[in-house]
Design a protein around this ligand. Structure first.
Ligand code: FE
Length: 135
């Protein structure tokens, strides 16, 4: 298998499908899928880059696979169960255990951008459960 190398600029921004929006996804939050089985034949890992516009959020949700966030730009709050919040900013890393509820609110003055890493082969196969009325 060959080593895969590409620039972030080469990937296209994606937005949630109508189905995901219906289940609670924010239509204004975007992402780029960077590494997964279909893109570079990776196994057991996938990576993406997400952008939450100023004032927007990635609503509280959970999923089976573990996830890591690495905040690249901006600041805001990490949303957790029971309305708990933690301030997050550029340079912060977050580990989310299996099935743990989490989300991000951008409360800064620019877009909040972060890398997300999953122990899953494809992001599109991950089942998101949004808690639309808890944030
Ligand atoms: Fe998540």
């Amino acid at each position: 298998m060959d080593i895969f190398l590409k620039s972030l600029d080469e990937f296209k921004w994606e937005t949630s499908s109508a189905e995901r929006i219906k289940s609670g996804a924010n239509p204004r939050t975007q992402w780029k899928q960077l590494v997964d089985k279909d893109i570079c034949d990776s196994s057991g890992i996938s990576v993406g880059y997400s952008k939450i516009p100023k004032g927007e959020d990635l609503p509280l949700h959970n999923h089976k696979p573990q996830e890591i966030y690495f905040v690249m730009k901006g600041s805001g709050f990490l949303l957790m169960e029971n309305h708990k919040l933690k301030h997050i900013k550029e340079g912060d890393i977050v580990f989310i255990p299996e099935n743990k509820y989490h989300g991000i609110k951008n409360s800064g003055d620019c877009a909040l951008e972060f890398l997300f890493i999953f122990t899953a082969e494809r992001w599109k196969d991950i089942n998101y459960n949004f808690v639309s009325n808890q944030t």
